[in-house]
Design a protein around this ligand. Structure first.
Ligand SMILES: Nc1ncnc2c1ncn2[C@@H]1O[C@H](COP(=O)(O)OP(=O)(O)OP(=O)(O)O)[C@@H](O)[C@H]1O
Ligand SMILES: [Mg+2]
Length: 277
């Protein structure tokens, strides 16, 4: 299904393997029978209505939430495997809501992503860390505010800062939960281009949750529609249109009508979710 990528050397074991995963939160089943394999170099977009379990899936991959049943393996190991820590980057949903009392500058925040490198006393690593930070600040258009305290930034700038931190970390697998909220169109396009480049040129693996269906369609190599379970998994051109999507969702509508209208929402370019810069 995802053999569309050219020039990518696949490793023996996939980056992520999920088998028959079920996850409950406060007694309610949120994810059920999720099966997903992601290979190195893939750029996967996850869409689905509010409350459909997208964040829950990412939190389960990270090991923050425990599976009720099923298997999750990252680089062949269970979640929270210590040796995998630095291989995984995560931008949490509403990551921009950093505690206001934290007194660090944008540059310092981004530098936290490279802590391992910069904590070593070799000049080479310091230089490398500085380069990674410079690069991330540039890409996210934060150079001018790099010495400003994060508490003084706008929501959009803070969002960009936490993404920059994930980029500077050099993680192999990057999980992004709604990273585009609050970001202006131009920066958004730059960011998407960058993520695409990371996959193509550096063979990184990216899983991005977003309500921005247009962005996901245009940028990712593979789309997943998640609503308690995976209801679509394929290349963007094959993603169901509005009617098909409604049908797909209607098949299993035993959970009440509280999810209605979201099919339309996914095609709305999510502008309603954007904050003021
Ligand atoms: N902290 C929590 N405790 C208990 N239940 C939760 C918690 N967070 C979310 N849930 C429930 O789990 C389900 C899935 O939530 P989740 O946050 O994974 O959805 P989502 O697809 O990420 O939604 P959104 O698009 O709004 O971010 C929802 O029914 C939600 O009510
Ligand atoms: Mg979420």
């Amino acid at each position: 299904m995802n053999s569309a990528k050219v020039g990518v050397v696949l490793t023996d074991s996939p980056v992520l393997r999920i088998n028959d995963l079920s996850v409950s939160r406060t007694g309610n089943i949120v994810l059920q029978d999720v099966n997903l394999t992601v290979n190195q170099g893939e750029f996967v977009g996850i869409v689905g209505p509010n409350g459909s379990g997208k964040s829950t899936l990412l939190l389960s991959i990270l090991g923050i939430l425990k599976a009720q049943s099923g298997i999750i393996e990252i680089y062949g190991k269970p979640p929270m495997w210590k040796q995998n820590f630095e291989k995984i980057g995560w931008v949490s949903q509403a990551a921009a809501n950093l505690p206001k009392e934290i007194q660090i500058t944008v540059r310092e925040l981004v530098q936290l992503g490279t802590v391992k490198l910069s904590s070593l006393f070799f000049d080479k690593n310091k230089q490398r860390s500085r380069k990674l930070v410079d690069n991330a600040l540039k890409i996210l258009d934060l150079e001018e505010v790099q010495n400003v305290n994060i508490s003084r930034l706008s929501g959009g700038q803070r969002q960009r800062a936490v993404i920059a931190r994930a980029l500077a970390s050099e993680a192999e697998l990057i999980l992004l939960d709604e990273p585009l909220v609050g970001i202006d169109r131009e920066t958004r396009n730059d960011l998407l281009k960058l993520l695409d480049n990371l996959c193509h040129n550096q063979n990184k693996t990216i899983i991005m949750v977003s309500h921005d269906l247009t962005a996901i369609r245009q940028t990712t190599h593979r789309m997943i529609y998640l609503e308690e379970t995976i209801r679509f998994d394929g290349i963007p051109p094959d993603f169901p249109n509005l009617q098909e999507l409604a049908l797909l969702r209607g098949i299993d509508d035993v959970h009440g009508g509280h999810h209605h209208n979201h099919a339309e929402e996914h095609c709305n370019d999510s502008s309603h979710k954007k904050e003021e810069e």
